[in-house]
Design a protein around this ligand. Structure first.
Ligand SMILES: *[C@@H]1O[C@H](CO)[C@@H](O)[C@H](O)[C@H]1NC(C)=O
Ligand SMILES: *[C@@H]1O[C@H](CO)[C@@H](O)[C@H](O)[C@H]1NC(C)=O
Ligand SMILES: *[C@@H]1O[C@H](CO)[C@@H](O)[C@H](O)[C@H]1NC(C)=O
Ligand SMILES: *[C@@H]1O[C@H](CO)[C@@H](O)[C@H](O)[C@H]1NC(C)=O
Length: 472
């Protein structure tokens, strides 16, 4: 009896295992039924049909399970039959062998069902894997669709923006057009006005034309009368000139002399102002001619007598000359150069003090260079009564003025001593210094100076520098 109980237990075990397999199968059916994904997208695709090999496998499994079940039922039935029929003729041997065979069959069955269970689980995992893969794909699809939708939305916005813009432009354009039309109308109106004006002016012009015709007629008559009058006037003028043509003595061509010596020789022996034209010069200059001193014929270069003229002047004045030849004046360095370099000249310096004493210094040979050598002084052959030594520095001293310092002093002699002169450093003479009239004990370093006659300061009442060709 124990063995029989064990067999029944075994049968029960096999039955349980087939029941478990059956429930698993049902679960798969539920899971692989119609797809329940929550993707509401229109792009959702139908899940691919379960592959046929899976189905077939399943069917095979089912049928084998059924076979087993049938087989088990058959066995159950035979056992019950055996139980019923063999209770009485129970022989321990037969039971032994039967039980052993049944045990063998039971273990075989058990191992078969376990194998099938494993296979089923495999299939299930594969199905699960595929499902998850499909889910992932679906998710990707939905993401892609979302992106596409967003893009489409953006494009729609862009399009609407463009539409707005174009409508704005249209508005502007229409406004412009309206303005254009207005302007055109205004222009047309103006044109009409201008045409009217033109018409009026044309009428005016024709009117004026008519008037002009009449006035031309009048003016031709006037012109004729004027012609007659002109003729009469001309006749009168001719008569007047005829009356004026009383014979006059023919004018002498004025002779231009080069210096006062030539004038003296021409017979003019009175002191006075004359025009001379120095050699190589195109310009005539008025100078004073001294025709009385030491045989006459002197051309005066410098003259002072009352201090009326300012001698503290610049280079240009000393170059061109200044003052009035009939009074105080400086003849000009250019003139002195042109005169004294054209031939041999001698120089006479005439002086008078405030007591009326006269004295002179004479130089047989005297000339000055041109401006390019700053009118350097050359004086030789000294004699005279105004000092036993020459007060003129004798050779090559350049001329200086307040604005051109050519002296040999670190100072500026022309500014210290006043006037323009051949200063050395600053030298014993300056006839162009300041004119101090009257007796004074004060020594003036900027006064008129002829050192070797009267010392540092000469109270001169008169100075004259004059030249005459040597050997006159
Ligand atoms: C199940 O039994 C049928 C007939 O009895 C047989 O044709 C079939 O091959 C069996 N299936 C399996 C898997 O043993
Ligand atoms: C699903 O199957 C692929 C190949 O078919 C495999 O590479 C992958 O590891 C499997 N995934 C799971 C979770 O089993
Ligand atoms: C005058 O001109 C001549 C010729 O050009 C020249 O040789 C002479 O030196 C000039 N004389 C003076 C005083 O400039
Ligand atoms: C003349 O004077 C000027 C300036 O006062 C000087 O530059 C020039 O060198 C002088 N000419 C001669 C030849 O010394």
């Amino acid at each position: 009896m124990d063995r029989l109980l064990a067999l029944v237990y075994l049968v029960y075990l096999v039955y349980l295992s087939t029941a478990v397999i059956g429930s698993e199968k049902k679960k798969h059916r539920v899971q692989h039924g119609p797809c329940n994904f929550q993707v509401t997208n229109s792009l959702q695709r139908d899940s691919p049909p379960p592959s046929s090999w899976q189905e077939r496998k399943m069917e095979r499994l089912e049928s084998s399970t059924e076979n087993n079940t049938q087989w088990l039922q058959k066995l159950e039935r035979s056992i019950q039959e055996n139980l019923r029929s063999g209770m009485e003729e129970m022989k321990t041997n037969a039971v032994h062998t039967q039980t052993a065979a049944m045990l063998e069959i039971g273990t075989k069955l058990f191992s078969q069902s376990a194998e099938q269970t494993r296979k089923l689980i495999d299939v299930e995992t594969q199905v699960l894997n595929q499902t998850s893969r499909m889910e992932i794909q679906l998710l990707e699809y939905s993401l892609f669709t979302n992106r596409l939708e967003k893009h489409v939305l953006q494009q729609n916005q862009e399009i609407s923006r463009l539409n707005d813009k174009s409508s704005l432009i249209e508005q502007r354009f229409s406004a412009l057009e309206a303005r254009h039309v207005e302007e055109l109308q205004g222009l047309q109106r103006e044109r009409q006005q201008l045409q009217d004006m033109l018409e009026r002016q044309r009428r005016l012009v024709t009117q004026l034309h008519g008037e002009l015709g009449t006035s031309t007629h009048t003016s031709t008559r006037l012109q004729k009368q004027q012609g007659i009058l002109t003729d009469t006037v001309e006749q009168l003028l001719a008569m007047v000139t005829h009356c004026n043509e009383i014979p006059t003595t023919p004018k002498e061509e004025p002779v231009i002399y080069r210096n006062c010596a030539e004038i003296f020789r021409s017979g003019l022996t009175e002191n006075g102002v004359h025009s001379i034209r120095p050699p190589n010069s195109t310009r005539t200059v008025k100078v004073f001619c001294d025709m009385k001193t030491r045989g006459g014929g002197w051309t005066v270069l410098q003259h002072r007598r009352d201090g009326a003229l300012d001698f503290h002047r610049g280079w240009r004045d000393y170059q061109m000359g200044f003052g009035d030849p009939s009074g105080e004046y400086w003849a000009g360095n250019d003139l002195i150069h042109l005169l004294t370099s054209s031939q041999e000249y001698s120089l006479q310096v005439q002086l008078k003090d405030d007591e009326g004493n006269e004295a002179y210094s004479h130089y047989d040979h005297f000339y000055i260079d041109a401006e390019d050598k700053n009118y350097s002084l050359h004086a030789q052959g000294f004699s005279g009564t105004a000092g036993r030594t020459s007060s003129l520095t004798q050779h090559g001293t350049q001329f200086s003025t307040k604005d051109r310092d050519n002296d040999r002093c670190s100072c500026k002699c022309a500014q210290m001593s006043s006037g323009g002169w051949w200063f050395e450093a600053c030298g014993p003479s300056n006839l162009n210094g300041i004119y101090y009239a009257g007796v004074s004990n004060v020594v003036h370093y900027n006064g008129i100076k002829w050192y070797y006659w009267k010392g540092a300061s000469l109270m001169a009442t008169m100075t004259t520098m004059m030249v005459r060709p040597a050997g006159f």
